[in-house]
Structure formats: C-alpha cells, structure tokens
Design a protein around this ligand. Sequence first.
Ligand code: SF4
Ligand code: SF4
Length: 229
Amino acid sequence: MALAETNAQHDANVVVRWRELDSGKLARVIEIVNEQSRPIKRRHHVSVNAMLNNPLVGIATKIEALWEAVDELAAIAAPRSACRKGCSHCCHIAVLLPEQEAALIGKRIGVKPAKVTGITQRGDVESGYHNPCPFLKGGACSIYASRPLACRQHFNMDSDALLCELVGSEATKVPYLNLMDYQMALAMATISRREGIGRDPRTGLPVPVLIERPPAVGDIRAFFPHGKQ
Ligand code: SF4
Ligand code: SF4
C-alpha cells in the first residue's frame, strides 16, 4: 500500500514536472546548450569524422577520440543539467556498448571482458535498483575516466533527478540531451568490413562485395559481471 502511494505520488509529480518543462523551460535550456555546442560540433564534424574514416587509425583510438569529443560537449551541458556526482539512478538502467568499447575499457582497467554474442536491446536487460552497474561503488562510478560513451553522453537537462527515479507505474520519459550523432558514429566505427565475393543479382556472376558485420552489443553487466575484480 505504502509503495502504491509512493508510486502514485511520484507519477503525479512527474506529470507536473513535464508540464513545467513543456511550457518552454526545457526548450530554453536546450537552446543555450545547442548554441554553445554548435561551433564545437562543427569542428568535430571535420576532425572526428576524418579520424573515423581513416583506415590506418585503430578502433581503440577512434573510440577514445569519440569519448574526448563528447566530454568536450559535456563540459557545456553539465552545469545546466541535473547530473551530479553521487546521483546514480542511471547506473541502474541498461548500459549498452559494443564489444570493441568493452575491450578498450577492459584494457584500461585491467579486466578481460566476457564474451558477448548477438545484439542486446535495452528491453533485454534486467535493470532496476536491484541490479546496478557493477562499476557503481559507493554511489559513484569507479571507472569514471574509462566509462563508456553511453554514460558520457547521458545528461538529464532538468533541474533535479526526479524523472530519472526508477519508481512509478511506468517508465518515465527523461529529457536527455541529444548526442545521438556521437552514438551513431560509434556504431558505424565498430562495424567490421571486409572484402568478399557475392553474386550479381542480374547475371548471377561472382562480383567483389564489401561484407559488413555489426559488433556484438551487450550490457555492461554482461561484459563485466564482476566489475573491477
Ligand atoms: S542522468 Fe539522471 S540519474 Fe544520471 S546523473 Fe543525471 S540526473 Fe542523476
Ligand atoms: S560505467 Fe560508471 S557511469 Fe556508467 S553506469 Fe557504470 S557506474 Fe554508472
């Protein structure tokens, strides 16, 4: 009963909060952040893209460049977001990353990631307060400098963490900053490509083709079930 009441109160608070945000408050914050981010994104568009398209640059270097690029934007977003050290509701939801990023994190923290096959979707992950990210220690990220892009780009542009709380009758929408371009760039950079032989659909004759393989994508809990141990 007490939980039902708490959930009902939370749901009511969420409705009020979204009314405030939708009245123009959120749009104003996003506009300020976008305005300040624009020249940086333009620079990234040239420099980061050039690196991502360079076949001579290894995948680990590319991922670190994306981390750095997002961190630069994070410096603009963070002071206007609800995100604070010690706030960790988001460390209890799904955190998806490709195998190459898991390998890079593993190398940096000295832990070999577990093998993950296939592509995990957000809904496949059992998340919630009972199942935190294994790197969450004492309410803070224990691999902060090596955390994945999914965590680096995660900013709630509200004034507090109400909408991130994992309570209530249904999943709450959170006004995250949109840095999907960088997540997409990571997805593109981690597709493996090799030349192979296919068949011309019209003639049936063998022709050279580019064979693409998407990376295995998993949740951080699957790659690192024991955290740093
Ligand atoms: S995304 Fe939400 S839970 Fe995570 S740090 Fe920001 S406000 Fe807190
Ligand atoms: S890696 Fe760090 S920031 Fe990301 S979910 Fe885990 S504890 Fe949180």
